[in-house]
Unconditional design. Structure first.
Length: 205
């Protein structure tokens, strides 16, 4: 049985992955708009209504989501991650770790994916070290999407190899990005998620 706190971790990884994989549609914006100023949503799923930085970021995201149309979200996503030639940010592990795409970090990731039974979806064109894919993989390891739920040791190893070295820097860059409005609090949420898992795995070690 998966612990409640681990299910919550997986839900946050999935939430961040959704915003990084593609522009949020109306359904995703409506979900995000449910977060109130205390950081909890209508169903109480967030569990962050404690005056924390995470709660504040969720409240900001909720307010911005209520003010943002899908078309505006799509334009912001384009400017941030696609652009004409390239976007403001490059959400790929290889780029953050080496300065180039499709380098050794991607090869190492593909080796670990094969070992863990994780296959790239046929309709996905982005390299596997896109941060949205890595967050989805982390969520799947926690919940057992690729077989049995991964042990904490396996989760820790994947996190240390493929997320910890660079994801926090990317999310910090997203918080400060010139084109980030709706995505500014998404950057904060992602950064805090990485910090929380880094601290938790450090305690496990």
């Amino acid at each position: 049985m998966i612990a409640e706190e681990d299910l919550l971790r997986a839900s946050w990884y999935g939430f961040v992955a959704r915003f990084l994989a593609a522009p949020p549609d109306q359904q995703a914006l409506s979900h995000a708009s449910g977060f109130d100023a205390q950081g909890s949503d209508a169903q109480g799923d967030a569990q962050a209504a404690d005056g924390s930085e995470l709660g504040a970021a969720l409240g900001i995201l909720g307010r911005l989501a209520r003010q943002t149309t899908p078309r505006e979200a799509e334009e912001e996503y384009f400017n941030l991650f696609i652009g004409v030639g390239r976007g403001e940010l490059m959400p790929y592990g290889s780029y953050y770790l080496t300065g180039f795409l499709n380098e050794k970090p991607l090869a190492h990731l593909r080796g670990d994916m094969a070992r863990l039974g994780i296959a790239r979806a046929a309709d996905v064109k982005e390299p596997e070290d896109h941060l949205a894919a890595l967050c989805d993989m982390m969520a799947g390891l926690i919940t057992g999407s690729f077989g049995a739920p991964a042990t904490l040791e396996t989760q820790h190893e994947f996190f240390e190899r493929h997320l910890s070295p660079w994801a926090g820097r990317f999310f910090s860059d997203l918080e400060r990005a010139r084109h980030a409005r709706l995505y500014q609090p998404v950057g904060t949420i992602g950064r805090l998620l990485i910090d929380i898992d880094r601290a938790a795995f450090g305690m496990e070690a």
